[in-house]
Write a protein that binds this ligand. Structure first.
Ligand SMILES: Cc1ncc(COP(=O)(O)O)c(C=O)c1O
Length: 401
């Protein structure tokens, strides 16, 4: 989106504010489906955890997407948004058997990632089709928080435990209809991803009832000009070729599934915040904004570097600023960043604010969560109201003291 469009949205709805560009979500969706156009049965299941606003879910539904969910609440949100249960895959980690049974009762595709639950679920519900999440032990990229396929990761059933999986399947007579992996976010090298895919193909051969193979996600998107990104087009060419060959070997057509979050929504999002104070110390110029890690925690949690622009004065002279929040803890968004000259009252725009931003927001310091706006067909639509004091008080139970 252009700076002047963002500025007008900030003027209309106030700051802090999340703005999502529907056209960018559509173009990313098209990019992915075009890259795999030669696959007859392609299924994109958007990862709800990235950005779970109902209007965004409905937008993705209209594009033809299914959903990847990790909690029973995300399943319920997806159903509420109008997705049919068959278009929802449920891939939890560390949840109880009860929650998995609850999701299965709703008719969504179950994906199990540990032997204990696999055995218990198989014994009780042998007729319910189940997908198995394999951990191929491949480190595809990213830092230790977002890379989940490595040997020490808690996610998935280790590929070394395949004999154990097969024994459970044989004993319970359960039906395995899918094989899944998710190696983690920020895939830098597609060859590593393809290597992990070979492990998945080898595993798939052991199951005769498969309907789909789910390759997860983790596609890296650029945060600034020149940044490395996953080459989706090249991955599309190489994986399609291999997948079509595997289908022949397997003897039946299968669905190729992905579950992207970041790839679809990261670049579509902008976080807009107002500069409350410009504070010059002996060593630094701070720009203090009307937000903090209660609204955007990724820089502090993952060290992610969101590109920051002064959209009130985009053409000014550049200076160095440390952009900080108003939380009573150190909450630094950027250190000594080159930004056009900032005056108090200016609006800063943070890029790549679509994925894992609003969904990680909290009420820390008893602050309200920001409003959300969807920019669609040249118009701004409010899709979540800014919170009020009522929201802060809603579930508190006041007792006589
Ligand atoms: C199981 C699973 N699938 C998909 C995703 C989406 O990953 P990304 O946002 O990198 O596309 C995640 C992210 O954590 C995940 O845990």
């Amino acid at each position: 989106m252009e700076s002047n469009q963002l500025l007008s949205v900030a003027e209309e709805f106030g700051c802090p504010l999340y703005v999502y560009d529907a056209a960018k979500i559509q173009s990313q969706y098209n990019r992915l489906t075009n890259a795999f156009a030669k696959v007859e049965k392609l299924q994109i299941n958007y990862a709800v955890k990235a950005l779970s606003n109902l209007s965004v879910l409905k937008l993705l539904k209209k594009m033809g997407s299914g959903l990847d969910t990790v909690s029973i609440q995300e399943v319920q949100l997806g159903l509420h948004a109008g997705f049919s249960p068959e278009r929802i895959i449920y891939t939890p980690n560390g949840v109880s058997l009860d929650e998995i049974e609850e999701a299965a009762a709703l008719g969504v595709q179950i994906n199990i990632d540990n032997l204990s639950i696999l055995e218990q679920f198989g014994a009780k519900h042998p007729q319910t089709p189940v997908c198995i999440r394999i951990n191929p032990h491949v480190m595809a990229g990213g830092n230790s928080n977002i890379s989940v396929g490595h040997i020490d990761s808690k996610f998935g059933i280790s590929i070394h435990q395949l004999p154990h999986i097969l024994r459970i399947v044989e004993n319970t007579k359960m039906r395995i209809n899918g094989i899944h992996m998710h190696t983690g976010s920020d895939i830098l090298d597609i060859e590593v991803f393809l290597y992990a895919s070979e492990i998945l193909f080898d595993t798939a051969k052991h199951f005769t009832d498969l309907e789909f193979i789910d390759f997860g996600s983790g596609f890296k998107v650029p945060y600034k000009k020149g940044d490395i990104e996953t080459n989706i087009e090249e991955l599309g060419r190489k994986l399609t070729k291999r997948f079509l060959a595997f289908e022949k070997e397997y003897g039946r057509p299968l669905t190729l599934a992905f579950e992207p979050g970041k790839f679809l929504v990261s670049e579509a999002g902008y976080f807009l915040a107002k500069v409350n104070v410009v504070k010059q110390t002996t060593s630094t110029v701070f720009a203090g904004i009307d937000s903090g890690f209660n609204h955007l925690i990724r820089p502090m949690l993952y060290g992610s570097e969101h590109y920051i622009e002064n959209i009130s004065h985009p053409k000014g002279k550049e200076r160095f600023y440390s952009v900080v929040g108003y939380i009573c803890e150190t909450d630094t968004f950027a250190t000594n960043r080159r930004i056009t000259e900032i005056k108090e009252g200016d609006i800063l725009s943070f890029r790549n604010a679509g994925a894992y931003c609003f969904t990680m927001a909290s009420n820390y310091n008893s602050r309200f969560k920001p409003a959300e706006v969807l920019w669609m067909d040249g118009k701004a639509h409010l899709i979540r109201k800014r919170e009020t004091m009522e929201d802060i008080l809603r579930n508190q139970v006041e007792i006589e003291i």
